[in-house]
Structures are given as structure tokens and as C-alpha cells.
Design a protein around this ligand. Structure first.
Ligand code: NAD
Length: 422
């Protein structure tokens, strides 16, 4: 996840999560005190990190780690390196992880971390020193039974290898279960790289089924062609869907007859950008969001579909590959327009599901082959999809509200069993 450049967040992302939680809770009977408890992050830590640059000078960085909830299990969530990281954003991302893990029925709570930096402007050695210092400062928070980081925007499997090594050096033993998204050689899982995109494909496939839409007939537009967008596009095209529009931070392309996704992936591997691909025409980046297609997959940034532009959406289905691409104001407009939104906490849960499988495999020291990982992912995603879908049908609410209602129920019921140690 190296290419994401700009994540300007004009509105409070954490405030948006609170809004949707309140809306979902209003449809349920939730003890107001418990609701307050589960809304707030359990612990937010800010660290100031002195890092020696390659020229010998020291530079201070700010890092965050938020453990939103440990009610269902250890905090779980990625670490983002980006110039626009804020505590508000990290708290929102940590909270989404809590609800996502509950929807996916995996025994984790929610966490997230971030460092304000531009990784593209740091050398590999500087990134290693920054990551090791961050890990050392937060060492007491992390642990395979406490808080398990993973890659997010601006970090990758190499970052996880440095965290794992730093943690292991301090603890005196190799501890692969402290992070997920590691390289395969040190305890990563087969299928993890493709897992989020695969989960998006499964969600889109199932929602199409529910409205009698044949996947082989659908047209798809994909915003963002990184890990999530490219794999989702590839797997959907393998199912017969026609991917007509693709964008990245550099521009957008379209081909009404369908873009050859394996060729586009090769092109992006060598040129590092979508524009310039020969098998499609250039178009505006906005066209990707507002074109007439069956399915739109936002797989880049937060807050891209807002109260200001939601009316222009022509897709029938939105499969949220990114975290938080749709604001609560946009949600209201889309619902009125009859656009079906498969929410992020369901649609992109494939990544954390296979992270969970990685953690399980690390803990038992035995590793599955890729078909087994994919089969288990398929089962978990389909189960989560129909839990949410059936709940939405039974309560006459949107898929997003249904997902949050289910997730709140799953966190609160465990909280009631465990009780609050007060
Ligand atoms: P990535 O960095 O691999 O890819 C992001 C893509 O978005 C790149 O192609 C980039 O060029 C593009 N992009 C950036 N700004 C853009 C813009 N203005 N218009 C169009 N495209 C733009 O990141 P990723 O791992 O694919 O993650 C994308 C989203 O999915 C993020 O919101 C992330 O939090 C979420 N997510 C990722 C995973 C995962 O396992 N990777 C899991 C769950 C959720």
C-alpha cells in the first residue's frame, strides 16, 4: 500500500463513525451507558519519535496508536504512514476495525496506528529507524494477545517485518503473531495480499445475486488501482464482469468494451501509474465516480462520496473497498436514490479475515496452502454477507445500518457477559 498520496479529510472521520453508531443504536435496545462505553476509544497514545536521518541530523515525528476496543479480543488494525494522519483519523480507523471484526465474527477488537510522515520522501534506512523507534516506544501496548498491527496506506510487509523483529529483539524470542501482513518467509499467510480484493469481489457477487443481476452482465468502475482496487477488478473480471473505468491518483481511463485487467496490472507494475495504458482512452477522474455503471468500487480514499456529490452517482451498487469512502450525508441521499451500498465494514473485511488466519497459523506454527485460505475466506465472507443482508431485510434498514446493528449487538453482548471492571 505504497501509492496513496492525498487523504484530505475535511470532516471529522471519527465524528462520522459516532453518527452512524448512534443511528444504528437508535434502532436497537442498547443500554445508553454501554453505548457510551463502546463508542469511545479505550486508549489513544501519542508518541514523539526522534529519528536519525541519513545525513546524521535528528528529526522529530509524531506517531499514534489507538486501541478502540478489546472487548472481543486483542486490538487489531493497521498502521498508516501519511502526511495527513491525525488522531481523529486514527480513532475513526480503529473504531471501524472494532465493527468490522464483529461483523466478520473474528475474535479481535479494533485498533489502528499512524505516523505523520511522507514515506516516499524517506530512505529505506530512515523508514526502518522510524518504524523501530515507533515499535520500541509502544512495545508494552503490542503483543499477539494484546494489540496486533498490520499494513495500511504507506506501509507494507517490510514495515511489518521491522516491527516483528524489533518486538522480538526486546522480548528475547521470535514473535511472529505480533503483526500480520508479514512476508511469507517469516510467518505471513498465503492469500493475504489478495484477501481484501477477494472479499470485495465476493460481496459484489453476492449483492448482484440478491437482485438477480448476472455478474457476467455487469459493468464496473473502480476508483483506486492499488492493492484493493486492482485485485477486486481482476477477480470481478475473471467472473465475467466488464471493468469499464479505472482511476488512480494520476488519472483515469475508460473502455466501454471492458479494460483488460491483467494487462493493466502489468502496465501499472512497470509504469507505476494507470494513465498511459494503451487498451483504453483517457477520461476525467470524476467520470469514474459518476459514470453510468452497475457497480462502483471506491478503493482509494475516505470521504469521496459526500453530501455534495452523491446526487451525481449513477451506479446501482456501491461496493466500498476503501474505509469510509461515503459520508453519512451521502448515505441518506444514496438510500433515497435506491443505490445499494455494501458498507466497508463488510465489503473490505476480507483483509482482516485473512489477517486473522495468519495469526491463527502463526500461533499454531502450521501453515495452510492457498486454496485452503481462499476457501476459508469465501466461507467467512459469505456468512458475514448473509448475516448483514438478512438483518437488513428483517429490519427494513440499509446494509450499513444492519452491519452496525449486528456489530453493536455482538460487542455489547460480550461486554454484558464479561461485565465492566469498574
Ligand atoms: P494502495 O495505496 O495500495 O492503493 C490506493 C490507490 O488509490 C492507488 O492506486 C492510488 O493511486 C489511488 N488514489 C489515491 N488518490 C486517488 C484519487 N484522488 N483518485 C483516484 N485514485 C486515487 O492502498 P490499498 O491498500 O489499496 O487501500 C485502499 C483503501 O482500502 C484504503 O482506504 C484502505 O484503508 C482500504 N483497505 C485496505 C485494505 C488492505 O488490505 N489493503 C483492507 C481494508 C481496507
Amino acid at each position: 500500500m505504497k501509492h496513496l498520496k492525498s487523504t484530505t479529510i475535511p470532516i471529522s472521520a471519527f465524528g462520522n463513525v459516532i453518527k452512524i453508531l448512534d443511528k444504528a443504536a437508535a434502532k436497537m435496545k442498547v443500554d445508553p451507558e454501554l453505548l457510551e462505553f463502546i463508542k469511545e476509544p479505550r486508549r489513544s497514545t501519542i508518541v514523539k519519535l526522534p529519528v536519525q536521518m541519513d545525513d546524521g541530523t535528528f528529526r522529530m515525528f509524531t506517531g499514534y496508536r489507538v486501541q478502540h476496543s478489546v472487548v472481543r479480543g486483542p486490538a487489531k488494525g493497521g498502521i498508516r504512514y501519511h502526511p495527513n494522519v491525525t488522531l481523529d483519523e486514527v480513532q475513526a480507523l480503529a473504531s471501524w476495525m472494532t465493527w468490522k471484526c464483529a461483523v466478520a465474527k473474528i475474535p479481535f477488537g479494533g485498533g489502528k496506528g499512524g505516523i505523520i510522515c511522507d514515506p516516499s520522501k524517506l530512505s529505506k534506512k530512515e523508514l526502518a529507524r522510524l518504524t523501530r523507534r515507533y515499535t520500541a516506544d509502544l512495545i508494552d501496548l503490542f503483543g499477539s494477545q494484546k494489540d496486533i498491527p498490520a499494513p495500511d496506506v504507506g506501509t507494507d510487509s517490510q514495515t511489518m517485518a521491522w516491527i516483528m523483529d524489533t518486538y522480538s529483539m526486546h522480548k528475547g524470542h521470535t514473535a511472529p503473531g505480533v503483526v500480520t501482513g508479514k512476508p511469507l518467509e517469516i510467518g505471513g499467510s498465503l492469500g493475504r495480499v489478495e484477501a481484501t480484493g477477494r472479499g470485495v469481489m465476493i460481496s459484489v457477487r453476492e449483492i448482484c445475486k440478491s437482485i438477480d443481476l448476472d455478474l457476467a452482465e455487469v459493468t464496473v468502475s473502480v476508483q483506486g488501482f492499488g492493492n484493493v482496487g486492482s485485485i477486486a477488478a481482476l477477480l470481478l473480471s475473471e467472473e465475467g464482469a466488464k471493468i469499464t473505468h479505472v482511476s488512480d491518483q494520476y488519472g483515469a481511463i475508460h473502455n466501454p468494451d471492458g479494460i483488460d485487467i491483467p494487462k493493466l496490472i502489468k502496465h501499472v507494475e512497470s509504469k507505476k501509474k494507470v494513465p498511459g495504458f494503451r487498451g483504453a482512452k483517457r477520461c476525467g477522474r470524476e467520470d469514474v465516480l459518476f459514470c453510468k455503471v452497475d457497480v462502483l468500487i471506491p478503493a482509494a480514499l475516505e470521504n469521496v462520496i459526500t453530501g455534495k456529490n452523491a446526487r451525481r452517482i449513477k451506479a446501482r451498487i456501491i461496493g466500498e473497498g476503501a474505509n469510509g469512502p461515503t459520508t453519512p450525508e451521502a448515505d441518506v441521499i444514496l438510500e433515497k436514490k435506491g443505490v445499494i451500498v455494501v458498507p466497508d465494514i463488510l465489503c473490505n473485511a476480507g483483509g482482516v479475515i485473512v489477517s486473522y488466519f495468519e495469526w491463527v497459523q502463526d500461533n499454531m506454527g502450521y501453515f495452510w496452502d492457498e486454496p485452503e485460505v481462499n476457501l476459508r475466506l469465501e466461507k467467512k465472507m459469505v456468512e458475514a454477507f448473509y448475516d448483514v443482508y438478512n438483518h437488513s431485510q428483517a429490519h427494513g434498514v440499509s446494509l450499513r445500518l444492519a452491519a452496525y446493528m449486528l456489530a453493536i449487538h455482538r460487542v455489547v453482548s460480550i461486554l454484558e457477559m464479561r461485565g465492566i471492571y469498574a
